[in-house]
Design a protein around this ligand. Structure first.
Ligand SMILES: Cc1cc2nc3c(=O)[nH]c(=O)nc-3n(C[C@H](O)[C@H](O)[C@H](O)COP(=O)(O)OP(=O)(O)OC[C@H]3O[C@@H](n4cnc5c(N)ncnc54)[C@H](O)[C@@H]3O)c2cc1C
Length: 455
């Protein structure tokens, strides 16, 4: 029996698609067009509704050595979900049930639940999911597979810090349940944390147990203007060393906020300064929130900051976050690449100095913004109509600078299919050898997302 029929027997006719037109929204992701890998031509899209169906699909794929590309919201920035060989696209979108466990402050969510739904469902239960990667159409499975970060990672960390349990399906079709509704679990090697960030190359995530927090009583967003980016960035470690722990410390440039606001049909209202720190303060009392905000403004003033804008109404704060989250999509058509380097937080000043030096050396501009509180900056290489060799040189210089500062080539977007060569260049051979062996143990026939991370 041919493959399509076998799959239709598992999930039903309606949920197996081969017509190319219907696959258009499933063969690409948000990776910059210039570096995006090309999708294969012969693809089958399958949409299972539960873990059992995922298991049966993988058993068949493994038996016939057919590549399987797990897909979440398709918002990835490293080509991870792009199906580069003929095979199966496995969309988890139908697996979107979620339950809130108020007793344990946790959410139990299927992999196809979107970030938007998780945030909303937690709020309805008077709880809070702090993390906010910029695209709310991302799904739980994708967020965990990329170990996503985002704007509000300073206080409670990245996706890995929220995952307490996982249900996964191995390429052999076996179902494993890792962790649980547990704050502590020390039984043997931590396989759960191996799956987090594995970008769909070791197993399919079908369900997750995610830690939530009590809702904050009082939050505010400070927009702190600076004349130059060196001063702005240098004040970031001082805020963290000053005994305050905001939810977010973002670095952005005025030109980008104005351009993005216009792109969204809005107007950016802060006219002072050339760049800003966007700091989100969240506390269990308004008094404490105001104390923290004053302390942060004071620290930044010592570094040349101007009078901050203090936004407290939720709609004002949401508007600032919305503009910040859409910078990438606003610039996407003009760029060659978006780099995601991360350095020790206290070295972020040196990183921006290096970026300035490299921009001058190449007589180009390198728009930079990002999660300064985590030492993570997104640096855009803009399209100047030059050849690939020029862009590759620029990319390598920025990576060299970050690695020399004790940093890494990617803090949150992952390796996917577009950073594999750089991973080979910057990772030592022993680590690569161990990673290859881990891949072979989980996926001996190399059917899961081949060509991603560790080819
Ligand atoms: C405007 C914009 C802003 C963004 N901002 C941020 C940000 O601030 N921080 C950040 O970290 N990222 C950010 N991203 C990138 C992206 O949103 C994240 O990488 C997100 O985690 C991807 O989730 P997704 O569901 O869209 O995954 P997809 O793109 O569908 O897939 C990503 C990877 O996960 C794998 N995968 C997906 N689902 C599963 C599953 N169930 N089991 C196993 N593997 C699976 C895929 O194979 C692929 O390798 C942004 C993207 C955009 C477009």
């Amino acid at each position: 029996m041919e493959l399509t029929s076998l799959l239709k027997r598992i999930v039903g006719d309606r949920f197996v698609l081969t017509d190319r037109e219907k696959l258009e929204n499933y063969i690409l992701d948000e990776t910059p067009i210039h570096i995006r890998p090309r999708p294969a031509s012969n693809l089958i899209l399958v949409k299972p509704s539960n873990t059992q169906e995922v298991s049966e699909i993988l058993k068949i794929a493994n038996q016939y050595r057919i590549p399987v590309y797990p897909r979440g919201g398709g918002s990835g920035l490293a080509g991870g979900a792009i199906p580069t060989r003929n095979g199966i696209i496995l969309s988890l979108e139908r697996m979107n049930r979620i339950e809130i466990d108020r007793e344990n402050l946790m959410a139990v969510a299927e992999a196809g639940v979107t970030l938007e739904k998780l945030i909303k469902t937690a709020e309805e239960a008077e709880l809070f999911f702090p993390l906010h990667p910029g695209d709310e159409s991302a799904q739980i499975g994708g967020l965990i597979s990329t170990n996503a970060g985002g704007t509000r990672a300073v206080k409670f960390g990245i996706m890995r810090n929220y995952v307490k349990g996982l249900e996964i399906v191995l390429p052999t079709g076996e179902v494993l349940r890792l962790g649980g509704r547990l704050q502590k679990n020390n039984a043997g090697y931590d396989l759960m944390h191996l799956i987090i960030g594995s970008e769909g190359t070791l197993a399919i995530i079908t369900k997750a147990i995610i830690k939530l927090y009590p809702k904050f009583e009082a939050t505010a967003t400070l927009v702190i203007p600076f004349e130059n980016r060196q001063d702005a960035i240098n004040s970031v470690p001082k805020i963290l060393q000053g005994g305050v722990m905001p939810l977010a410390i973002e670095y952005v440039e005025r030109e980008l906020m104005e351009k993005t606001a216009k792109h969204l049909g809005e107007v950016w209202q802060v006219k002072e300064g050339r760049c800003y720190l966007l700091v989100i303060v969240a506390e269990q009392s308004r008094e404490e929130m105001l104390n923290q905000s004053l302390k942060i403004a004071e620290i930044c003033k010592n570094y040349g900051a101007m009078e901050p804008l203090f936004a407290e109404p939720k709609e004002d704060q949401d508007r600032i976050l919305r503009i910040r989250s859409n910078i990438y999509l606003t610039l996407k058509s003009e760029m060659i690449d978006t780099l995601d380097v991360t350095v020790p937080p206290a070295s972020i000043g040196k990183l921006i100095e290096e970026v300035d030096r490299i921009a001058e050396k190449y007589d180009t501009r390198l728009p930079a913004y990002g999660h300064a509180g985590d030492g993570n900056l997104h640096i855009h290489i803009m399209d100047e109509g030059r050849d690939e060799e020029y862009y590759e040189k620029l990319r390598s210089e920025i990576y060299d600078a970050a690695v020399k500062l004790g940093g890494t080539i990617t803090g949150e977007h992952g390796i996917g299919k577009v950073r594999v060569r750089s991973l080979m260049k910057y990772m030592d051979e022993k680590q690569l050898e161990i990673m290859r062996k881990i891949k072979e143990i989980f996926d001996p026939n190399n059917i899961l997302n081949p060509e991603a991370v560790i080819p």
